[in-house]
Write a new protein. Structure first.
Length: 279
């Protein structure tokens, strides 16, 4: 069974051949998705671990397929990377999210940080810095509020321009977060060589809080290490109170997960900000 993502259309027990045909069809659909206005950006809050105030949000793309409904990025981002479409989709997400963040800043007077995922393909683009500065300029968003999320699945050596691009983003005033920290083969190398402001502890570790003492030790040690290196640390996949208590007790800075909120479409996120503001 192949799932296209949560709450999404599911395709059961298909053959490899059918799966390949389906991928081909989706790839060709993806080619027009941006132009046809089928892409959406959802936003998931990040909260301060102590106060639970919303301090930021992560932009997460979705594809609203005319026949299949919502398709999750876990499914179509790899297709977009294979086809190279990720470059224009990624730029669209960045521009859309920067405009949205700037609008919310103006409306609510909150200086929420905006996390945007960058794929390996984008990080190797020679003109990445031009695209990011143009998105910042067009939206008017303060560069200090933009945090680029970079996964450590990419080998630094095998990625031309990556180190230069990340230093360049820093010079623009953007922040860098290492996403899915601890899952790649080169976590510590990334920390040493890249100008990272923050670490995002992968949800596979957070999920095992209260389950696996080894993973708990890794979470504790990661927070401790981040702080000794003067980096911030955010935990993702915080789903239950037990996760919250453990992460708070161990001084994790920020938290993200279903316990607080799922990724929301802009109107629902705005409603949440309204409600919070009234408190
Ligand atoms: P990610 O960057 O690690 O994003 C976090 C994922 O965890 C999101 O899945 C989010 O909805 C999900 N999540 C949040 N809280 C919880 C929780 O408490 N429990 C569980 N089980 N999951 C939680 P989503 O939106 O399906 O995105 C999947 C991946 O797709 C992202 O993982 C990211 O790697 C990629 N992605 C999403 N948007 C973009 C984008 O605009 N560009 C690129 N290049 N990749 C993107
Ligand atoms: Ca991310
Ligand atoms: Ca992640
Ligand atoms: Ca991930």
């Amino acid at each position: 069974a192949k799932s296209l993502g949560r709450n999404n259309y599911q395709i059961y027990e298909i053959s490899a051949e059918q799966a390949q045909q389906q991928n081909m069809a989706l790839k060709s659909g993806l080619r027009h998705a941006e132009h046809n206005g089928e892409l959406r950006v959802f936003y998931q809050p990040q909260v301060d671990a102590a106060s639970e105030d919303i301090v930021g949000m992560e932009a997460l793309v979705r594809w609203e397929h005319p026949e299949l409904g919502f398709i999750g990025p876990g499914f179509f981002i790899p297709l977009a990377e294979e086809t190279g479409l990720i470059v224009s989709i990624g730029e669209w997400v960045l521009r859309t999210a920067c405009k949205q963040a700037q609008e919310w800043e103006r409306k609510f007077g909150l200086r929420l940080r905006l996390g945007v995922n960058l794929s390996a393909v984008q990080l190797m683009q020679p003109n990445l810095l031009d695209i990011v500065s143009s998105a910042l300029q067009d939206s008017g968003l303060d560069p200090g509020l933009l945090e680029m999320e970079v996964t450590e699945s990419i080998s630094i050596k095998a990625a031309p321009n990556l180190v230069e691009n990340l230093h360049g983003l820093h010079k623009l005033g953007c922040r860098i977060a290492i996403d899915d920290f601890g899952t790649g083969a080169a976590s510590l190398d990334y920390l040493r060589k890249l100008p990272a402001d923050r670490i995002k502890i992968d949800q596979s570790f957070v999920r095992n809080i209260g389950v696996d003492p080894d993973d708990e030790a890794i979470v504790r040690a990661t927070i401790e290490m981040a702080h000794r290196l003067k980096r911030g640390v955010v935990a993702e996949g915080v789903e239950i109170e037990q996760h919250l208590h453990f992460l708070r007790a161990n001084r994790c800075d920020e938290l993200q997960g279903y316990l607080f909120c799922r990724p929301l479409p802009p109107p629902a996120f705005e409603k949440l900000l309204h409600e919070r503001q009234r408190l």
